[in-house]
Design a protein around this ligand. Structure first.
Ligand code: F6R
Ligand code: MG
Ligand code: MG
Length: 364
């Protein structure tokens, strides 16, 4: 059975501040998607949240970039924004950059990860969602899952994965894309992937069959609005088991709380902490950045699940390390590299301070 899975997310208002989402908002989104399911537009849906981001996870048979499904997501975000305004939640409608829907939510503020595939006998899917970080945050874990034999032993000892994977990488500034093949081209690939502010993995394909293995949101809010309007808080869908990495190989990269952009005022580096959904409430210095993982089996497009995959004591040590790293970085206060380089900061007073002090600058 041919299925399209669409994960579309937006921050339409935070509770309290930017730390989490209000339960009434989730309920309203559920009602909207339940209606669409009843009308036959969706096969199934799951509504959740990561921090202050509302996540609409949907299956349907309308294909990728479907106007109908994107409009449903947009209208749901608008409905929820109206409620957020009523509740006076913080930053109501912050990610809805356009005034009206025009065909596709791409470029309008929400983040989108979509993939179309033929559902396997057993279709295992993991959806990663992050808050207080940016779209390139998936580069490191996706590289480890699909290209690093020290992470994914299947690349070495499972014959259905031994040929490797193809990566589609997007240059988010120049709006160009390239496909590179692992393992032959990993040295070229890492030149790009190691600079996640500019190059982000959009999709990964199984090389032997060409089947889609992973898809992520690479939407950069700042590029759309021409100014910083918040971090992109990305989402990523990964297929698992069989010819794809096992659940444990897919989760393993998150045992290392690697450093991402985001955190307080979208202007800092901090460790990415893997947490259960209930703990995705970034509140310490508005962070540290969080990632959740929702696992499903699909049954004719129906979601069996989720299993809250980071709700596991095996990730306690990563959480502990993330807290140690957070303490360490916080001691740098307003200094780089805790604070982001000038051009990457979401907030800055540089232009006004520069203007004020310009007359006092002397040539040296
Ligand atoms: C970061 C984030 C928060 C806010 C901060 C200030 O992505 O969402 O750290 O930047 O709480 O928020 P405002 O300017 O809305 O008061
Ligand atoms: Mg917010
Ligand atoms: Mg957010």
């Amino acid at each position: 059975m041919e299925i399209t899975l669409s994960a579309i997310k937006a921050d339409i208002g935070g509770y309290v501040g930017h730390s989490s989402s209000h339960p009434d908002i989730l309920k309203r989104a559920e009602e909207e998607l339940a209606q669409a399911k009843k009308q036959g537009m969706l096969i199934d849906y799951h509504v959740t949240r990561c921090g202050d981001d509302l996540q609409l996870i949907m299956t349907h048979q309308q294909g990728e970039e479907s106007e109908k499904v994107h409009k449903l997501a947009w209208d749901t975000f608008v409905e929820c924004t109206n409620l957020a305004k009523k509740l006076k939640l913080h930053g109501a409608g912050q990610d809805l950059l356009a005034d009206a829907f025009s065909g596709n939510v791409r470029g309008m503020g929400p983040g989108v990860a979509e993939m179309q595939f033929t559902e396997r006998q057993a279709e295992t899917i993991i959806i990663f969602m992050a808050d207080k970080t940016a779209s390139g945050a998936w580069n490191l874990p996706l590289y480890k899952m699909f290209a690093d034999p020290f992470n994914t032993i299947g690349l070495v000892i499972a014959s259905n994965m031994h040929s490797g994977f193809t990566f589609e990488i997007h240059d988010v500034k120049e709006h160009k894309k390239i496909r590179l093949s692992s393992p032959e081209e990993i040295y070229d690939m890492l030149v790009f992937l190691g600079a996640p502010g500019r190059y982000a993995i959009k999709a990964v394909y199984h090389k032997d069959t060409g089947e889609i293995a992973a898809a992520s949101s690479t939407d950069r809010l700042s590029m759309m609005a021409g100014r910083y309007v918040g971090k992109d808080d990305p989402v990523c869908v990964v297929r698992s088991q069989g010819k794809f990495p096992a659940v444990g190989e897919i989760l393993e990269p998150f045992t290392f709380p690697y450093i991402v952009e985001g955190w307080m005022r979208g202007s800092h580096h901090g460790p990415l902490m893997p947490v259960a959904v209930r703990d995705s409430n970034p509140s310490r210095f508005d962070g540290p950045p969080r990632v959740i993982a929702a696992g499903f089996q699909l049954a004719d497009g129906k979601f069996i699940g989720p299993r809250d995959l980071f709700d596991d004591p095996a990730f306690d040590e990563a959480r502990h390390q993330a807290n140690v790293i957070a303490d360490y970085l916080r001691r740098m206060g307003p200094f780089e590299p805790h604070r982001l380089p000038l051009e990457e900061m979401e907030y800055t007073t540089m232009p006004e301070v520069m203007k004020k002090l310009a007359p006092r600058f002397e040539q040296i």
